[in-house]
Design a protein around this ligand. Sequence first.
Ligand SMILES: [Zn+2]
Length: 293
Amino acid sequence: MYRFWLYIEAFRPNYHLFDPDIENYMELKEAFFQQLPSSAELYELARIVQFLTEIVQWVSIAIAEVFEVAGDGMPSETGFALFSAPSVILQMFKDQSGAPLLALADPWDGSIGEEFDFIKDALSVAFKTRKLSEPVWDSHEMKKVILDEYEQYDRPLHADWGLLKGHLPPHVLATSMIGHLPRNPYETNSLYEYLYQLTLFFAPIMSWVFDKKDDSDQYRDLSPDDWIFISCLLTFTQSRLHLWWLDRKRTEGMHIPLDDCWYGYNCRTQIHRYAHAAKLNHLCAPTRGDPAY
Ligand SMILES: [Zn+2]
């Protein structure tokens, strides 16, 4: 960690004197890494960079505020956050806000676009110079590089459901319902607006879908504290999200069209005719043949 601080101090760009040719310092950065006495230290430093990147990405996705979130859901220009300081990143996570970073500089002032490779390119060269293969970031081995031992994780998993927000922010979840509902603007817009107001919206959604689970369905053996892949957990949640949304609308006294569309969530007309999408309820299973196929 001390070496990472040193790297930040040495190579933090000074935008008042911004000149890409001078500011890049690639050779000096490589020299910095070559001076690390052991490859183990290089791995440690790389792992710290990766850990901080993950935290910044979580905050960015969760609040959709600090960085523009690209189509694949991953924020760009993470390098900008990395050269602030680890304490700033910790504060972002604690506050669940981009404010600590934005207080330092404005990522939209146009001068920082090149800083995506603040450290990663130079690190990558350092791995090659030492003939080391680039690490598999998600592996347990890499995580152990900066942890003396794994802590036994004994909090019940459902206590942390709120943290899923950093994986699926409101605008993505709102377009993740079953069938053709993601392209129904009437439902997705109102769901987005509703989710956006809830700080940790995943917790109530997940409790609801687990509560409503019945013994006949394919997820009957799934319990709230099972360790499963996040993609499986989200698939399970998304398959029931429209029912949760219908229930919320009812509870909150929001308008629900009186009649169900025969084709339910598979209706194609809901995609291109707003009046149809608003006139009939599509948060239901199809009762007639699916016109989509
Ligand atoms: Zn319809």
